[in-house]
Design a protein around this ligand. Structure first.
Ligand code: AMP
Ligand code: ZN
Length: 471
């Protein structure tokens, strides 16, 4: 059984389905105003590993992940470009789905969007109004009164004494994101403002739109009920987003909201927080343009322990590519010996293999999703296995056990002997080098060769042209 750290209790807890059969969980999804960056994908990939370990461990799942398609950023960008909000967000939703597919993330069972659930959100605000947990202020917006909920702050471990929650009536937050030191009554329904353009809906409190925190309470309630098994997001969501979700859900609907809270620590780039101003925000497309595969990014993201920051570097992408090739080579040798068909994730779910020589790796996955430790075990074991000594049956059994670990991590094993098509950007550099060589500009040609090598490509010169191979 999987043991996983729970943010709320600050302790390890077994991941359990309340009904013993199906784990019902909610993940906060993307805000679709641009392509998701590799930090976002750290969280989505870790959540996917979580789901795979739960399913391979023998439980079915119901996975709900929302699409935030109305908020300050989506409205701002769609208005600036003069495109209707839904048209604008549809493009980025499609892009998100394509990237998830490339990164081998299982699609959630339900993927509700906020705009399609306005009535449910209004109903939730009405429940909070009826029970005295919400009020309309003179700015026309409706706020949640945090002093009305005695457990406010428990998830983020806020100190209620120093917050003086009873005295916050005059402090209100009408933006979606704020820090712990500005704890305040938060907005449920935002009154219509001129800068919202055509993006407003009627409500009992006038025209406006939902606050960001509201959608996850309304949609988890609709698709998973008042109490469900687990809720997840990146660490930045602990406060205020999840704290506010708990307050809304418990005050409006009763129940416990989620019984287990699972948060993924952030991805850093070259040791620093990702930000537009530092210019260190990568997307999957950018990495592919440099010649890296989505499978290598998946490996890198899945290989970090989710409770520690993961530092992304391009050198790390190279190491991930090499490590993945090693696993691909091991699998191919086993396949040759076993002569069996390739075991897919679905096959393994139907007939769970014995972990066999990979028992220690599986145990690491079940111990707080310790993926680096699991991979450490895998690499130690594969060094000791001599393919030639295995009978076809033994090779097939070993392969199934091995694939149980790689499928739990969602790794797409490459065929190490397959010809790889160089991406356009690599071809452009190679063409440039070929031109430099033809005009005998050796310095430029050497510099370009070095640049290609840095990106993991080697160029073999022929009489009339060149050949590109993965270094
Ligand atoms: P957003 O699209 O901003 O709502 O974020 C989608 C998911 O990505 C949320 O679960 C965030 O907590 C998570 N996230 C944002 N930045 C990072 C990061 N640098 N590393 C890991 N997860 C992140
Ligand atoms: Zn959420």
């Amino acid at each position: 059984m999987l043991n996983l750290y729970d943010t709320q209790s600050g302790a390890m807890k077994p991941v359990q389905a309340e009904d013993g059969k199906q784990l019902r969980f909610y993940c906060c999804g993307p805000t679709v105003y641009a392509a998701a960056h590799i930090g976002n994908f750290r969280t989505f990939v870790v959540q996917d590993v979580f789901r795979r370990v739960v399913e391979l461990g023998g439980l079915r799942t119901k996975h709900v992940r929302n699409i935030t398609d109305v908020d300050d950023k989506t409205i701002r960008n769609s208005c600036a470009q003069g495109v209707p909000l839904q048209e604008y967000t549809a493009v980025w939703t499609d892009k998100f789905h394509a990237d998830c597919k490339a990164l081998n993330c299982l699609p959630p069972h339900v993927e509700p969007g906020a705009v399609a659930h306005i009535p449910e959100q209004i109903e939730l605000v009405q429940m909070l109004m009826d029970k005295g947990h919400a009020y309309q202020s003179d700015d026309g917006s409706v706020y949640f009164r945090i002093s009305s909920y005695a457990d406010y702050g428990k998830l983020a471990h806020l100190d209620r004494q120093s917050l003086k929650l009873g005295e916050t009536a005059n402090t209100r937050a009408d933006t979606d994101e704020y820090e712990k030191d500005s704890v305040a009554d938060f907005v449920l329904w935002k009154a219509r403002r001129p800068e919202d353009g055509p993006n407003f809906w009627p409500s009992p409190w006038g025209e406006g739109r939902p606050g960001w925190h509201l959608e996850c309470s309304a949609m988890s309630h609709k698709y998973l009920g008042d109490t469900f098994d687990l809720h997840s997001g990146g660490v930045d969501l602990v406060f205020p987003h999840h704290e506010n979700e708990i307050a809304q859900s418990r005050c409006a609907c009763g129940g416990h909201s989620a019984r287990h809270w699972f948060h993924v620590t952030h991805l850093l780039v070259d040791g620093a927080k990702m930000s537009k101003s530092l210019g260190n925000m990568y997307t999957l497309d950018q990495l592919q343009a440099m010649g890296y595969t989505p499978a290598a990014l998946r490996y890198l993201l899945a290989a970090g322990y989710y409770r520690r920051p993961l530092n992304f570097t391009l050198a790390g992408m190279k190491d991930a590519t090499a490590a993945l090739n090693k696993l691909g080579r091991f699998d191919k040798e086993l396949a040759k010996r076993a002569g069996d068909k390739e075991p897919t994730y679905r096959d393994l779910l139907k007939k769970r293999p014995e972990p066999g020589p990979f028992a220690a790796a599986w145990a690491s996955l079940e111990d707080d999703l310790n993926t680096p430790e699991a991979l450490g075990h895998v690499f130690s074991v594969i060094k000791t296995i001599k393919h030639a000594d295995l009978s076809p049956e033994e090779a097939a059994a070993t392969r199934r056990s091995f694939r149980m670990i790689t499928e739990a991590l969602g790794l797409q094993l490459p065929d190490p002997d397959a010809d790889v098509e160089a991406p356009e950007e690599i071809r452009a550099l190679a063409d440039e080098r070929w031109a430099a060589r033809s005009r005998k500009d050796w310095a430029a040609a050497d510099a370009l060769r070095a640049k290609l090598a840095e990106l993991g490509w080697a160029m073999k010169d022929g009489k009339d042209g060149y050949q590109l191979t993965k270094a």
